[in-house]
Design a protein around this ligand. Structure first.
Ligand code: CAA
Length: 257
């Protein structure tokens, strides 16, 4: 049983995972990251869970890596850091991941947000990479994903100055897809997750993979992947069901076949 996560049983294909380390603003220590990686691995094997919503508390989604834990690590400890494999496991999650963010999403917290496919933020959310204030720099994908998400100038400003941006700014910059009242953030994320959970799972999975390819490949390779994925879906029962349902003016019942 995870101790630093609250996991709500899957409902309507959606599992809600809440980071729960209130005494440290959900700072991401090895245990919390390990529990999250294990939970996502379990979801990966569960056909009943089609979408995950990841959230924190009203005050903090996550305030970054655990600075006290970092203080105990020397260079050898950093080279053998078990958190690296946890981050890799989180980044390879293949089902849709929606982040519902209130409060602080700083350092590793902001990097965790950027592992999500869709980000819904409360008006009070703040996104930042303050590692520079600690004499270090982002180390969980922050420089690479932030630049791709918000462009060079804002990414440089955030990483080099450590200054955080608010939810509206993050939305304008492309880091966040929707801004809600803070008390509605989770509700809206779950609503969206339930909608996605009704779609054909294979199409959702391949569409996510194709969109992510756009971030790290050239256009010709991305287009080749898209064509290949589109062709794979042509052989699925869900494609047949989707087209039949449209023609018969009824709702499609997708099975993932
Ligand atoms: N690690 C460990 N503990 C943390 C923490 C962190 N990242 N962030 C907050 N906490 C703890 C505080 O130490 C405090 O604990 P105590 O009550 O025992 O003193 C508790 O959470 C509440 O925090 P504050 O009293 O500071 O709350 P606040 O509302 O005044 O400020 C805050 C909130 C702005 C988030 C502030 O806590 C803060 O600046 N935290 C650090 C943010 C940061 O620098 N993150 C980057 C970490 S490095 C990183 O993330 C690198 C990486 O991934 C590779």
């Amino acid at each position: 049983m995870p101790q630093m996560l609250k996991v709500t049983p899957t409902e309507h294909g959606v599992r809600l995972i809440t980071l729960h380390r209130p005494e440290a603003m959900n700072a991401l220590n090895t245990q919390l990251l390990g529990e999250l990686a294990a939970e996502l691995a379990a979801v990966e094997q569960d056909p009943g869970t089609r979408v995950v919503v990841l959230t924190g508390s009203r005050k903090a989604f996550a305030a970054g890596a655990d600075i006290n834990e970092m203080a105990e690590r020397d260079l050898v400890g950093i080279l053998n850091d078990p958190r690296v494999s946890h981050w890799q496991a989180i980044s390879s999650f293949s089902k849709p991941l929606i982040a519902a963010v209130n409060g602080f999403a700083l350092g590793g917290g902001c990097e965790l947000v950027m592992h999500a496919d869709i980000v819904i933020a409360g008006e009070d959310a703040r996104f930042g990479q303050p590692e520079i204030n600690l004499g270090i720099m982002p180390g969980a994908g922050g420089t690479q994903r932030l630049l791709r998400a918000v462009g060079k100038s804002l990414a440089m400003q955030m990483v080099l100055s450590g200054i955080a941006i608010d939810a509206r700014h993050a939305q304008r910059a492309g880091l966040v897809s929707e801004v809600t009242q803070p008390e509605l953030t989770i509700e809206r994320a779950i609503e969206l997750a339930r909608l996605i959970a009704q779609k054909a799972p294979l199409a959702v999975r391949l569409a996510k993979e194709a969109l992510l390819k756009a971030q790290d490949t050239d256009l010709a390779s991305g287009l080749r992947f898209e064509r290949h994925a589109f062709t794979v879906l042509a052989g699925t029962q869900d494609r047949e069901e989707g087209i039949c349902a449209f023609q018969e003016k009824r709702r499609a019942n997708f099975t993932g076949q």
